[in-house]
Design a binder for this molecule. Structure first.
Ligand SMILES: O=C(O)c1[nH]c(=O)[nH]c(=O)c1Cl
Length: 308
């Protein structure tokens, strides 16, 4: 049985990734991902042009069925992450970058293009927590404009991180835009933006920024994540791979993401809840399910979810 997978000509021994933002902001955190042998690749925290403190605490809150976060893009600034990914690593890296606006996003991609980094880059078009900034990928025109400019100079492998969509017309709209560009992958979904969690005992919200509005993750978003993986798999060009993110807590959820079309699966909230040991458990559970069903490789079932 093998769990190998690939994105463009980047080959991964395991189909598991960390969701950007999870245990990937500092050298120590990135080193701990490197040391997690069941993790197929290392995704960096989304890097911005300037280092950022992020939003005020509390900015992350754990729930029985998931999490809410309004981190606000805290990161060490792109030079640190661009340097980190150019060192030798035991597994492929995905450099995540996020502009505070379109010009920043384009500038960040220029910095990557001008570097010697040859690995995967992921342009985050979907951070829901930057005060005063919308999630870019909800604006199809703006998204097309940015990707047109980026693709006029960026000749390295890159994909985009998308927010969840909730309307079939929106799946059609974003796929129509993305299919115009030579993307290696899309990563879907980012957190479900601007949810609100209320502590009834204290009669107050649980995170500080934006009046408590924040991105939702974990078990509660699994059906939305699977819908976005499936809808985009059905609409995107075959050569655009899909990283399925959202709602993974067990090997069953990993199997479901791949069955809906995911080439790789990232885990966020559950890593915070359980630690990096979660990846060994997910590998074991996925292999058990595949053995029960007689599948030898991920290709045996990827994208083959049946309709009724
Ligand atoms: O607040 C964050 O840092 C954040 N939080 C998210 O849930 N998704 C993102 O893309 C980002 Cl950039």
């Amino acid at each position: 049985m093998n769990l190998k997978t690939s994105i463009a000509n980047n080959h991964f021994e395991m189909p598991f990734l960390n969701a950007s933002g999870i245990i990937c902001q500092t050298q120590e955190e990135l080193d701990s991902l490197e040391a997690t042998k069941e993790l197929g690749g290392i995704v960096t925290k989304s890097a911005t042009l300037q280092p950022r403190e992020g939003n005020e605490q509390p900015r992350y809150y754990d729930l029985a069925n998931g999490s809410i976060n309004s981190m606000g893009l805290p990161n060490l600034g792109y030079p640190f992450y661009l340097d980190y990914v150019q060192h030798d690593h035991s597994k492929p890296t995905i450099l995540s970058v996020a502009g505070m606006n379109a010009d920043d996003a384009i500038e960040l991609m220029r910095k990557v293009q001008d570097s010697d980094y040859e690995g995967l880059t992921e342009l985050n078009l979907s951070c829901p927590n930057v005060i005063g900034h919308p999630q870019t990928a909800y604006d199809f025109e703006a998204t097309e404009k940015i990707l047109t400019t980026v693709c006029s100079f960026f000749k390295k492998p890159f994909g985009v991180k998308l927010p969840p969509y909730f309307d079939l017309a929106h799946f059609d709209g974003i796929a129509k835009v993305l299919n115009k560009f030579p993307l290696t992958h899309v990563n879907t979904i980012n957190s479900v933006g601007n949810g609100l969690v209320v502590d009834v005992d204290k009669e107050q919200v649980v995170t500080k920024a934006k009046g408590g509005f924040g991105g939702l993750g974990g078990a509660m978003v699994l059906p939305t994540a699977l819908a976005n993986v499936r809808a985009l798999r059905l609409r995107l060009n075959d050569d655009i791979a899909i990283i399925g993110t959202g709602g993974v807590t067990t090997g069953v959820d990993v199997f479901a993401h791949i069955l809906c079309g995911a080439d790789m699966v990232s885990v966020g909230t559950q890593v915070i809840k359980e630690g990096l040991g979660v990846y060994a458990r997910l590998q074991k559970e996925l292999e058990e399910i595949m053995a029960d069903k007689g599948y030898e490789s991920l290709d045996d079932f990827r994208g083959k979810v049946k309709e009724l």
